[in-house]
Write a protein that binds this ligand. Structure first.
Ligand code: KIV
Length: 269
């Protein structure tokens, strides 16, 4: 029986200079594969809105939809530390609202932590969740749930934005987050913040100096058929494999080749 990763293992990894591997996961079969591969942390990201539910942004995904996916991912994994995003609208109103939502996730899904977006302004909420015994992964830099306020999909923390990024990072650490995602920020400032913080940083489009990396798996392994972000390395073309498989199946069904005798039951009357 493999034992599950805990928040202390991420602190140890940072202290020992071991990089932390993270991927998104949204369902049981892929989560089981990533777990078997040894990925340290699986994030049930609200990117599911885009990559699973076909929506234009992350804003419309619901607590129920996220909880269904989080339950599947937690159930399918043994070792990976499973974190779920709290979706837009389920935590920003007050620390009490966030606590109520996070408690629902922790009771029902089997995940080990929640992720919420925001820096200085969300720090009191992080403190409330942590004080209630719920580990929190913070998320600063480009925060997709604020895409309209940020003026679209733009790199954060450039120029004068660096000071804000640094104070956000310090605020979430001070509030008790066990780790912080840095999304779409210049590599230089991401490295500086990583060296300054005691908690591990996990980068996505944040260069090579963060303590860990995370990618949306469909971008990294080629299930996304459209645009892939520039920072996402493409490790496979799973979409092409599925397309070939579906075409072969179609051909075999149309030709009558599938199913053959071995794939059929014999009549035993
Ligand atoms: O929802 C998500 O997939 C994320 C990652 C981009 C970090 O938040």
């Amino acid at each position: 029986m493999v034992s599950r990763m805990r928040t202390r293992h991420f602190a140890q990894a940072k202290a020992e200079g071991r990089k932390i591997s993270c991927l998104t996961a949204y369902d049981a079969p892929t989560a089981a594969i990533f777990d078997e591969a040894g990925i340290d942390l699986l994030l049930v990201g609200d990117s599911a809105a885009n990559v699973v539910l076909g929506q234009d942004s992350t804003l419309s995904i619901t607590v129920e939809e996220m909880m269904t996916m989080a339950t599947a991912v937690a159930r399918a994994t043994e070792r990976a530390f499973v974190v779920s995003d709290l979706p837009f609208g389920s935590y920003e109103a007050s620390p009490a609202q966030a606590l109520e939502t996070a408690v629902r996730f922790m009771k029902r899904t089997g995940i080990s932590a929640v992720k919420i977006e925001g820096g200085v302004e969300i720090a009191p909420t992080i403190r409330t969740l942590v004080d209630a015994g719920i580990p929190v992964m913070a998320h600063i830099g480009y925060t997709p749930q604020s895409e309209h306020a940020l003026g679209g999909y733009v790199v954060q923390g450039r120029g004068e934005g660096a000071a804000k990024l640094r104070s956000d990072a310090l605020a979430v650490q001070e509030a008790g987050a066990f780790s912080v995602v840095l999304e779409m920020v210049p590599a230089g400032i991401a490295g500086e913040i990583t060296r300054e913080l005691e908690i591990p940083t996990v980068g996505i489009g944040a260069g090579n100096s963060t303590d860990g990396q995370i990618l949306v798996w469909t971008d990294a392994f080629g299930l996304t058929r459209g645009r892939t972000p520039r920072f996402a390395r493409r490790y496979a073309e799973v979409g092409d494999v599925l397309l070939d498989a579906a075409r072969s199946y179609l051909t075999d069904v149309r030709s009558g080749d599938f199913p053959n005798e071995d794939e059929s039951f014999r009549d035993e009357r």
